[in-house]
Structure formats: C-alpha cells, structure tokens
Design a protein around this ligand. Structure first.
Ligand code: TXA
Ligand code: MG
Length: 321
C-alpha cells in the first residue's frame, strides 16, 4: 500500500493498471456519475473486507455491486418483472436495485452483510463502464469516503478522505449527478425506496405505479442500514431551513432571491434554483464550508420536489449529531 495513492488521469495505461489492481484484490477509487466509488472485486472476501476496513464502516452496512451491463447480473441475482422494467428505463444510471441473491453465487457474502439480498447497479459514467468491462468482474463500491463523512464528488475529495488507504485513484472530473443512487428494494411486496437519490420517486412511479418510501430510522437492524438517521456528517453543525444567518456562520444558499445578510462565507447551490445543479454542488460546497473557523453552516430551505427530496434527505442526515 503506497503512503498516498496516485491520482491518475484516465487513459489506456491507467485503466489497465486499475483493472489489474482490482483483479489482485486491491482497492481502486473511480468516478461514477453519482459520486466517486471505492471499488474492490466483489467476489473476493478479503478485498471486500478491505473496503470496510478502509472506510471504517460498520460491518452491518451492505455494499452495492456494480457491473457494466444487465447480462453480467444473471449469475448473481433473481430477476423479477419490476426489476426488468426499471433496468430498461433507468440503466445505466443512478438507480440501485435490491434483489434476491442467487443461491450459491460467487459474490462475497460480505457484500450482502449477512442478508439474502444484493444491491446492484449499472453506472453510466464512461470511465466506470470501461473499468468494469476491463476488470470483467463485479465490483463492490461504496462511496469513496470515510464512513459517516460526506460522499466525494471529485478525485481530490477521495484523496483527502482515503488517500492513504486506497491503491489508486482514477480521476474522471466532477461527478455529474452529485448525490448517490436511489436504492429501491424489489424484494418486498411493493417496491420501496430505501434511500432517495439521483432517480426521483416521481420517475419511478411512472414506470411502477405506486412506490413506498421507508421512513428514517435509528434502528440498525432494518432493511437498509444506510438509512441510519446520522450518516453524511460534516464536522460543523448544520442549521437547516435558515431564513437568517449569524455573523459567525457560513451560509449555503439556494435560489436567486436570498437576501440574507451577514455570515462569513456564502455559497449558492444554484442561483437559478436548478435542482440538478444543486445536487451536483451539494457535497463539494458542504466540504468547502465545513471549516472550524465557522460556528456552523446555515442552510436555506430547498423545495422538497424532484431531486430536492434527495438533497433534503442528505442535509437532514448531515444535521444530526
Ligand atoms: O451512487 C451510489 O450508490 C454510490 C456509487 C459509488 O455507486 N455508492 C454508494 O454506496 O452510495 P454506499 O455503500 O455509500 O451506499 C449504499 C447504500 C447503503 O445505504 C446500504 O445500506 C444500501 O445501499 N444497501 C446496500 N446493499 C443493500 C441490501 N442488500 N439491502 C438493502 N440496502 C442495501
Ligand atoms: Mg456512502
């Protein structure tokens, strides 16, 4: 393990190096359209265990398995009609499906963290696609941040958080979606959103009809442990739905009509009030404002529609101490 992982721009040589490292059971951070992932060979127990160790992640939190195309999943999960419909509509893309695990499949049991389901996703990012094809194995990849910290949307974020714990960071620019994938459980009676994300409930309901949403919980024994109330935490406290800001606070604004005076530093998720832009900026701006010289971060209200649901979900978790 190098002291600090090299950050390499993507070309044939770095892709081949990344693929070889993954096949050898090493950890490689790579870009996806949602956030950067911390990848390991999902069929290799030791490699998957290394993910948990690098992130300092509780063992009960299962991992998403990434592949390049739908055909590559047949060996690992049981399909159903809803899964097929969603795969056609949203893959490759920011959607993760929880499906029954195929008995005796070659995935490490650790990716399921003791459950008989697997979360699977086909990312659309060109670099992720190329890497997955080149490795030729399923890749387990949580967001490439220390457990409980903000998800990384740039290679530098990864380097700051896990630079001495990964073997290589593939640099592919800023993640375009900026929030993680939507996780949908298709093993329950009705499709259930376990984590709001890049694909909205409205989009899912066009395909599936009514979709349930799991309410936030503090019980770790539940279906999706990532739903723990506190999960994406900056070091400084957040004050949500702020309509004023104190002199010793930083401000995360939204929209064009903010007239909040004072505050140390202000960043705007999207002056146009564009949810896509806001999601893409969310984690990077929270990081920028997360400095000990502020007493906290005041966050203006964000409309709870479309991608705003995922943004508010992450903010709410980030605000829990
Ligand atoms: O956009 C994303 O999903 C990123 C990129 C790298 O793909 N990955 C990501 O992974 O956010 P992670 O590990 O940070 O979050 C995975 C979420 C967690 O909330 C976890 O509890 C849930 O998916 N999950 C994973 N496997 C599950 C399973 N079998 N059943 C229920 N929930 C599962
Ligand atoms: Mg995460």
């Amino acid at each position: 393990m190098p002291n600090h992982a090299p950050i390499l721009p993507v070309d044939d040589a770095s892709l081949e190096m990344a693929a070889e490292l993954l096949r050898a059971g090493k950890l490689v951070a790579f870009p996806t359209e949602t956030v950067y992932g911390l990848g390991a060979d999902a069929t290799n127990d030791r490699a998957v265990a290394a993910i948990y160790a690098a992130k300092g992640r509780p063992q009960f939190n299962p991992l998403i398995v990434h592949v390049a195309d739908v055909g590559a999943l047949d060996a690992y999960v049981e399909w159903n009609d809803n899964a097929r419909l969603l795969a056609i509509q949203f893959w490759p893309g920011a959607l993760t499906l929880v499906l029954p695990r195929k008995a005796g499949c070659k995935l490490s049991l650790l990716v399921s963290a003791g459950m008989d389901t697997v979360a699977v996703r086909i990312p659309s990012h060109l670099v992720a696609q190329k890497l997955l094809r080149q490795v030729g194995r399923p890749i387990a990849a949580p967001s490439a941040n220390a457990s409980g910290k903000l998800s990384p949307t740039t290679p530098l974020h990864v380097s700051e958080s896990l630079g001495n714990k990964v073997d290589l960071i593939l640099a592919g620019g800023k993640a375009q979606v900026g929030v993680e994938s939507t996780v949908v459980n298709l093993t329950s009676q009705r499709p259930t959103i376990l984590r709001p994300g890049g694909v909205t409930r409205e989009q899912l309901e066009i395909v599936l009809g009514q979709v349930d949403v799991v309410e936030e919980t503090t019980n770790p024994e539940i279906l999706s442990p990532g739903m723990l109330a506190s999960h994406y935490a900056p070091d400084q406290p957040l004050r949500l739905n702020a309509t004023s800001v104190n002199d010793d606070e930083a401000l995360l604004a939204f929209g064009s009509d903010y007239a909040i005076k004072g505050g140390k530093t202000r960043l705007n998720l999207s002056e146009q009030g564009d949810m896509n832009e806001a999601a893409a900026n969310l984690f990077a701006m929270l990081r920028q404002l997360d400095k000990p010289d502020y007493r906290g971060i005041a966050v203006m209200p964000i409309p709870n529609i479309g991608l705003g649901v995922a943004i508010n979900d992450r903010l709410k978790r980030a605000a829990v101490r």
